[in-house]
Design a binder for this molecule. Structure first.
Ligand code: P6P
Length: 315
């Protein structure tokens, strides 16, 4: 008996139909991101083989020049997004400058083609992150005005998670038919969860307020449990689904934190708020920061609303 499942394409088209002024441009843009995700996913799944099959430095068994996966993903996203015909400006975390594809293009997209790529050779989850703005000529806009954001998580299964301002929905790739199927409808972040996600190795470099917070949550009646992959897409995906608090704060060596405002923090802060969670850089939302440069970094704490609220009592 066939049970109806909703594909990502059907979902996006249905969402477009709810927007009376929609022209199909956003749908076309998202479809290009989806197709790039499927191609990257197929290469990520084979990445473990590249060494065996590509070590000769010539071509591998797939008759492809062996490239670093993040360079490959970056070029693929640039090319596919440029070809979508919907792009004004494109920014990649791998590039120093934005590329103007078409001054009159409808959307600006910032992406991190393969975040956490240092984990590829140990087979740990990695991801693609994207952030979408209307093109009004100013490429350095506050994250608050994003019109969409999402990520692709390359893990035991491949997931495409995004929001265009009406909640967050997750789609899992069915490799047998090559379609992303709606698997996590209307993701809501639990308001509380005793998971904390941070690189404890930087403890001695943290500000005293962060040290006091971390000490306090481990002394609670139900001590907080550490969950840290070291790959942002994996850590924030778990936080979206199970709750808890993800932190990459400033420290003495990195006063502005490590993560990029435009490419990593804003898209996830947007998703977190859309899913009923919250995100702060210091005491304000990162979404309200006017970027001064493309590569600007910012400290970030995000997750369950009440967990972030508790953290803020220490600031
Ligand atoms: P730390 C991976 O290099 C990354 O950009 C994110 O994916 C991850 O959350 C973060 O850096 C890890 O940072 O401070 O633990 O090395």
């Amino acid at each position: 008996m066939y049970k109806h499942v909703t594909t990502l394409t059907e979902f996006v088209v249905a969402s477009e139909r709810k927007q009376k002024e929609a022209t199909g441009s956003f749908t076309l843009l998202l479809t290009h991101i989806e197709n790039a995700a499927k191609i990257i996913a197929s290469h990520v799944k084979r990445s473990g083989l590249a060494d065996i099959l590509g070590k000769t430095g010539t071509t591998n068994a797939y008759d492809e020049e062996v490239q670093k996966l993040d360079e490959f993903s970056d070029k693929l996203l640039f090319d596919m997004l440029s070809d979508s015909g919907q792009i004004g400006y494109l920014g990649s975390e791998e590039k120093e400058d934005v590329l103007c594809v078409n001054k009159k293009g409808k959307y600006n997209v910032f992406f991190d083609p393969l975040d956490g790529s240092s984990n590829i050779d140990v087979n740990i989850n990695i991801g693609t992150i994207f952030s979408i703005y209307h093109n009004d000529g100013d490429v350095l806009r506050e994250g608050r005005v994003q019109v969409g954001a999402g990520y692709v998580l390359y893990g035991p299964s491949v997931m495409f998670v995004y929001s265009s301002g009406a909640g967050v929905n997750g789609f899992t790739l069915d490799p047998s038919i090559g379609s992303f199927l709606l698997s996590h409808e209307n993701i809501i972040v639990p308001q509380n969860k005793n998971y904390y996600s941070i690189n404890d190795g930087n403890y001695e470099l943290f500000e005293n307020s962060m040290k006091e917070y971390l000490t306090s949550i481990k002394k609670e009646e139900k001590p907080y449990q550490s969950r840290y992959v070291g790959s942002m897409v994996a850590d924030v995906h778990r936080t979206l689904l199970k709750g808890g608090i993800f932190m990459n704060p400033s420290n003495k060596k990195r006063p502005d934190g490590k993560l990029r405002l435009l490419f990593e923090v804003n898209p996830f802060a947007y998703l977190m708020e859309q899913a009923g969670g919250s995100a702060v850089s210091g005491k304000i939302s990162p979404l309200d920061i006017k970027p001064q440069s493309l590569t600007q970094r910012t400290p970030i704490v995000m997750g369950s609303k009440n967990e972030v609220k508790k953290y803020l009592t220490f600031i």
